[in-house]
Design a protein around this ligand. Structure first.
Ligand SMILES: [Zn+2]
Length: 296
């Protein structure tokens, strides 16, 4: 990786990754005039070298730390193995099952939220790396094809990102991944018709991490809608909802509710990764047991 000797001195304006090249003062304080001129030249050269390095050696593997690639070949292989066999995941999501164990919304997951899949997805959601996007996009495409079967008339509807999350990241991970899916599954249209419904949408901005099933469902209910202009596009059409991670299923259930209300026919959902809900232990042992059996 980058040798510390090549880092610009503190104070230089960072042009590359601010973590690698922190912003420091213009030149060192305790230098003689002659020395400072030489050192300034050194500073400039090292700044240029740092810029070159930032271009030539962008990152380490987000999973194992190996140099040079966002996702090294070995971890990419593991990722492919983890997402080779898309599976039905709704039994692990209490919001998608009724009390009698009947499936309210079938969900196909590309893989279980663990190991390379979890690490790559987490990093992608933070930084949107191009290489991760294509690897994860391909995995999601496999799940989409498994869910859609022969049905090419079905359209894909992404779950909307909260505006706060969008502002923070500057991109929507699900939408970026769907662009990859569209490349891999030509002929399957994307209908970006779901949006946030007023104040309820803002509530989503708080995030759902750490919330249990009931709290999530309550927070999400009524938070999405299909805007009036988009209704004509979706009414009477079969569609599959797409999201990144499945936990309790509350988000997907809300997306399905909003689409139903707009007259769409929701045939199911697809996620990149499925995990058991945080309160799986407290919820019915049957559901979590079934989820475990499906997911392993
Ligand atoms: Zn790796």
């Amino acid at each position: 990786m980058t040798s510390p000797a090549l880092l610009p001195p503190p104070g230089r304006r960072p042009r590359a990754d601010p973590d690698l090249f922190p912003p420091p003062p213009r030149s060192a304080r305790h230098r003689s005039r002659r020395g400072s001129r030489l050192l300034r030249l050194g500073d400039e050269l090292s700044g240029a070298a740092a810029d070159l390095l930032a271009l030539a050696v962008p990152v380490d593997c987000v999973c194992c730390g190996a140099e040079d690639f966002e996702l090294c070949a070995a971890c990419d292989r593991h990722l492919r193995r983890l997402t080779r066999d898309p599976f039905r995941a709704e039994t692990g999501a209490p919001a998608l099952m009724d009390i009698g164990g009947r499936v309210l919304l079938p969900v196909v997951a590309a893989g279980v939220y663990r190991e390379e899949l979890a690490q790559a997805l987490l990093s992608f959601k933070r930084h949107g790396q191009r290489q991760l996007r294509s690897s994860l996009g391909r995995a999601l495409a496999r799940a989409v094809l498994a869910a859609a079967g022969e049905d090419r008339a079905v359209c894909l509807v992404p779950v909307p990102t909260s505006s706060a999350a969008y502002l923070k990241r500057g991109f929507s991970p699900v939408h970026l991944l769907l662009a990859e899916v569209a490349r891999a599954t030509p002929g399957v249209p994307v209908a970006d018709v779901l949006g946030k419904a007023g104040r309820a949408g803002l509530r989503l901005a708080g995030g759902q991490k750490g919330l249990g099933r009931g709290a999530r469902a309550k927070r999400v209910r009524g938070s999405m809608k299909v805007c009036r202009r988009a209704r004509a596009r979706i009414a009477g059409r079969r569609c599959i909802i797409v999201d990144d991670v499945l936990t309790t299923g509350a988000t997907l259930a809300e997306a399905a509710r909003a689409l139903h209300q707009a007259g769409a026919i929701v045939t199911g959902a697809v996620v990149l990764a499925a995990t058991r809900p945080p309160d799986a232990g407290a919820a019915g042992a049957d559901a979590s047991g079934a989820a475990e059996a499906t997911m392993t």
